[in-house]
Design a protein. Structure first.
Length: 421
């Protein structure tokens, strides 16, 4: 099997959609020798900030000399970002070999009357096999969606369960209230383990603590009162947490709390020292999160894709760019609450260029443009990155800001864009 054939196989399975439940992934992993049982894992759930927390934590663990695997989805730049060891993607030569191994087992399952595993279940199995074979010291495993029935929730005894901020998202799958969503996500907490959490709403904290009590697991939540921001700007933030002072290159106050979550994991779970943690998180970068890609005009990319993330983005924009015009390039998915996004961000928009993300879930640019216009935002559309950048830069003055946001699904074209042309 070659790389195009491997990708085509995954795409075919992606068309099957999602069948709720863990039966298929458990059966598949059993046939593959249960690789997930042979690796030390950290399991992260939550709504916003999972990627940033694990980016900080990855750098911290690498600083100590560990071999660190990381499984994430969705990806921004390339498909094989899903499977990383020490920040290196799985190679194009290795991936087809793992797909072939899984494909053979899936074919046997189908022949015996089992429901075919989904694309995400297949990818999850590949990640576990890869990390086992490469003998990683620890694997950072990110939930795809939810917790209870997420394919990654086959981990019986993770080293720790970690929670980013939990808020409303994927309500059609996870529940209509934040408590219901938290209850679903809390199912990744396993017996006699450790749970580390980003600061949560009280009602979310109560759900997580109740689950921890039920399974005899220690619960640690970042102490907001121990956080003090010293200075912040577009190039990063300096803050103190408990007895330590830290500097991070990721802007936004929300990133401070993501960093503190990683700090707690490093200290509580791994017993690491302050100096190693401080040095590591100062180096952390995270693609697509308030990421500067050009200076004149200042151009920022952010993957904010739900209500809480849009509110955090709005806070950052008002903090860093007071009295500056902001021109948007914006695209969203049709299953997101994009009307709320427009309502939250419209006061910061001097002009907007709507695009259609290149995915079946992408909202048509004309629908988004019409919504922007109805909400008083001057707007037009663009069919590709070249057209969108050209229109944004024609509209923006040298001291204005160009903001590219709305979904992770289209950011690669703008991250890789040659702005010097």
């Amino acid at each position: 099997m070659d790389l195009p054939s491997a990708k085509q196989y995954i795409e075919e399975k992606n068309k099957l959609g999602i069948t709720p439940g863990l039966d298929s992934i458990k059966e598949l992993l059993s046939r593959l020798g249960n690789p997930q049982k042979e690796i030390e894992c950290l399991h992260i759930g939550g709504t916003n900030g999972k990627g940033s927390i694990f980016a900080f934590l990855q750098d911290i663990l690498l600083e100590t000399g560990m071999k660190v695997g990381r499984y994430i989805s969705p990806t921004v730049l390339t498909y094989l970002e899903r499977f990383q060891i020490n920040k290196e993607n799985m190679s194009e030569e290795e991936f087809p070999k793992y797909v072939q191994l899984v494909k053979e087992q899936v074919a046997d399952m189908e022949a015996e009357g089992y429901v075919s595993p989904s694309a995400f279940e297949i990818e999850t199995a590949i990640a576990f096999m890869y990390f086992r074979d490469m003998k990683v010291d620890v694997a950072l495993i990110e939930c795809g969606m939810g917790g209870a029935l997420d394919a990654t929730n086959v981990l019986e005894c993770p080293k720790a369960s970690v929670f980013a901020s939990i808020s409303l998202d994927h309500m059609s799958y996870l529940g209509d209230t934040v408590e219901e969503i938290a209850a679903n996500k809390s199912q990744i907490i396993k017996e006699n383990s450790t749970c580390i959490a980003h600061p949560q709403e009280k009602k979310v904290s109560n759900v997580l603590m109740e689950r921890c009590k039920l399974v005899n697991t220690c619960y640690v939540e970042v102490d907001e009162e121990s956080v003090a921001v010293i200075s912040e700007g577009i190039d990063g933030t300096t803050f103190t947490y408990k007895n330590g002072e830290y500097t991070i290159g990721l802007p936004g106050t929300f990133q401070v709390y993501n960093a503190c979550t990683a700090i707690e994991v490093a200290q509580v779970v791994f017993g690491l020292e302050y100096e190693a943690i401080k040095a590591a998180i100062a180096k952390t970068s995270w693609v697509g999160r308030f990421m500067k890609v050009n200076d004149k005009p200042l151009t920022i990319i952010d993957g904010a894709h739900n209500e809480k993330a849009w509110r955090e983005l709005n806070t950052s924009l008002n903090k860093y760019f007071t009295n500056r015009q902001i021109v948007y390039i914006i695209g969203v998915l049709k299953d997101k609450e994009y009307d709320k996004m427009v309502d939250i961000l419209r006061d910061t928009m001097s002009y907007a260029i709507a695009i259609t993300p290149n995915t079946p879930r992408g909202l048509d640019k004309d629908i988004l443009s019409d919504l922007l216009l109805v909400n008083g935002v001057p707007a037009t559309t663009a069919s590709n990155a070249d057209e969108a950048i050209a229109k944004a830069y024609a509209e923006a003055e040298e001291d204005d800001v160009v903001m590219i946001c709305g979904s992770l699904s289209f950011l690669a074209d703008y991250i890789n864009y040659d702005y010097d042309e």
